[in-house]
Design a protein around this ligand. Structure first.
Ligand code: 4AD
Ligand code: MG
Length: 433
């Protein structure tokens, strides 16, 4: 007879059938002539019930002695049961052991410190909360790609080794590149701009690097960024795009990852409120709001994490703060023609204290002005020669933004530190495992 191998998340589609599932022992409890084994196969968990009289003695004995994380295969009958995790359990008939796990699996069902869990991240991935969080991440990635593909965007991968800075020189990772110096990319934006002039609407989606020397819950040294860039778009257009993208992501996650959000104890009602329109606030209005809230804030400075938290807490959906003073923003941003003290930029601040998840702007399209900016910022002109070419050959207004994937996932899952929103986090003091 051929085996009917199925995944645990599809068990409810096989009531009464004899199926085979393969996975790892998550939990085991033996009681007289019964043993209850919870099997984990990556798609979900299922309770497998061993009754001494229904399996041969050797199988029953072996099952009772299995250690946590032993790899096994189980064949048995699917019984629907609303009380069981996943809605079905297995009445076991046969079992095969692939490997009996060493007895000292470090992650036990008890409280562990985060340092310990991070040191064992390669094994911690198997636990329920990391599993749930990374499945939300996966759904977000898929949702983002779907969003842009439906709208006619082309995915363009930007390089990781780059000759110059995009987001300021203080967070560059320098690497030896044969006889030259190169830097790990901080953002794919400049390349996305080149691609937008070739393909119209593009997005890059890849790893980006920042040598962040601060130890905060919002900073990783390696993170993934999604960056759309659109020819002929102005600031308002990409604010609309960011709003539509975030609503689309929230909708997909609510539709596809409810179980995971429940495992993470996320208050789902908060996510259900994420619908357009998002409040839009100028920097000047945002500063007034901070003053009203009694926060000490010097007009003209950049918003810090506590300021972003305070502004975000005022609303039940993401808030778009636009037109910051140009001094606190990057060299490539266009100034507001209505008031040249400000840059045509936007930061999207998530609610519930999650702070900035998106940064974007309209780009300076004039060659002379941009050359002046590169000089003002003391950036090496040669490294930007190709970027200036974009302003010499058919320059048009264009805009884009970048969203940090982990920042978005942290907000959606309600996890309070970015390190849990990426499989293997890289931070100031962490590069293992
Ligand atoms: O605001 P940032 O620096 O903007 C850019 O890089 C632009 N070039 C994007 C563009 O217009 N195409 O970064 C964008 C986003 C932030 O809003 C934040 O979500 C995330 O990237 N981010 C980080 N995420 C994790 N760890 C860090 N160290 C991050 N730095 C930025
Ligand atoms: Mg920013």
């Amino acid at each position: 007879m051929t085996m009917n191998v199925v995944s645990i998340d599809s068990l409810t589609k096989h009531p009464g059938e004899s199926v085979t599932i393969r996975g790892w022992v998550y939990h085991l409890r033996a009681k007289g002539k019964l043993a209850f084994l919870v099997l984990r196969d990556g798609s979900g968990i299922a309770q497998c019930v061993f009754v001494k009289s229904e399996v041969d003695d050797a199988t029953f004995d072996e099952a009772q002695r299995l250690s946590m994380e032993s790899a096994i295969e189980i064949t048995g009958e699917v019984r629907l049961d609303a009380r069981a995790p996943g809605g079905a359990e297995i009445g076991v008939r046969a079992m095969k052991t692939y490997q009996k796990a060493a007895a000292d699996f470090p992650i036990q069902p008890k409280e562990h410190g985060t340092g310990f869990l991070m040191e064992n991240r390669h094994l911690w991935l198997r636990s329920r909360k990391p599993w749930a969080c990374l499945r939300v991440r996966d759904a977000v990635i898929r949702s983002i790609r779907g969003f842009f593909y439906e709208r006619g965007f082309v995915n363009i991968d930007s390089p990781i080794f780059t000759p110059a800075a995009c987001e300021g020189t203080s967070t560059l990772f320098e690497v030896e590149y044969f006889d030259e110096k190169a830097y790990l990319t901080q953002s794919g934006q400049l390349y996305a701009e080149a691609a937008a002039m070739a393909f119209g609407k593009v997005f890059t989606f890849g790893p980006t690097f920042r040598a962040e020397k601060s130890k905060t819950r919002r900073h990783l040294t390696e993170f993934w960024m999604i960056e759309p860039e659109v020819a002929f778009a102005e600031l308002n257009d990409i604010m609309d795009l960011a709003e539509a993208m975030l609503c689309h992501i929230v909708k997909s996650v609510l539709a596809e990852r409810r179980e995971e959000l429940t495992i993470l104890e996320r208050d789902i009602t908060k996510l259900e409120k994420i619908v357009p329109p998002f409040p839009r606030l100028s920097y000047t209005d945002a500063v007034d709001l901070l003053k009203q809230k009694g926060l000490p804030f010097e007009y003209g400075g950049d918003l810090g994490a506590p300021d972003e938290t305070a502004i975000g807490e005022n609303y039940d959906r993401p808030v778009m703060v636009h037109r910051y003073p140009h001094e606190v923003k990057a060299f490539y941003m266009k100034r507001d023609p209505q008031d040249s003290r400000f840059a045509l930029c936007v930061d999207v601040l998530a609610p519930e204290g999650y702070g900035e998840i998106i940064g974007g702007s309209q780009r300076e399209e004039n060659l002379d002005i941009l050359e002046g900016r590169i000089a003002d910022h003391k950036l090496p002109r040669e490294a930007f020669a190709w970027y200036l070419d974009l302003r010499r050959f058919g320059s048009v207004p264009h805009s884009g933004f970048g969203m940090g994937l982990e920042r978005c996932v942290a907000w959606l899952t309600g996890v309070d530190h970015l390190r849990e929103c990426i499989p293997f986090p890289r931070m100031l003091y962490r590069i293992y495992p």
